[in-house]
Design a protein around this ligand. Structure first.
Ligand code: ZN
Length: 122
């Protein structure tokens, strides 16, 4: 359920390409599982269950977290939020952007999942 006035960019293809390189041995686990401790912490406390296994370790600790950027948000600009809250915030702020990141709190895999951009004409 997405607000209709938010444009969506799906990062599935970029993610697939990265995972393919990992499986082919072109990238190591350390190369792709490099989540910053702060990102892991935010994913643990603010994130929601991605309800799919981690694509790298196949574990069940994959979580979704979102960041919102908007001029009008002042000190909340660039803060991490739960996905639902982030989308609501982004929908309310003209010219805002919301980035949904998937983070595995087990193996530290992290990747941009989707980006929402508020369209100027609402
Ligand atoms: Zn994992």
């Amino acid at each position: 359920m997405r607000p209709r006035h938010l444009g969506v960019v799906d990062y599935t293809l970029a993610k697939r390409a990265l995972l393919r390189e990992f499986r082919q041995g072109l990238l190591s686990r350390l190369d792709i599982c490099d989540a910053h401790p702060e990102l892991i912490r935010a994913a643990k406390y603010l994130g929601c269950d991605a309800s799919r296994p981690c694509p790298v370790c196949k574990g069940s600790e994959l979580r979704l977290l979102a960041y919102v950027y908007a001029d009008g948000m002042k000190r909340d600009n660039g803060r991490a939020f739960g996905v639902r809250e982030a989308i609501a915030l982004a929908a309310a702020e003209r010219g805002s952007a919301c980035y949904v990141v998937e983070v595995c709190t087990d193996c530290s895999w992290n990747h941009l999942a989707e980006a929402f951009r508020a369209r100027t004409a609402v």
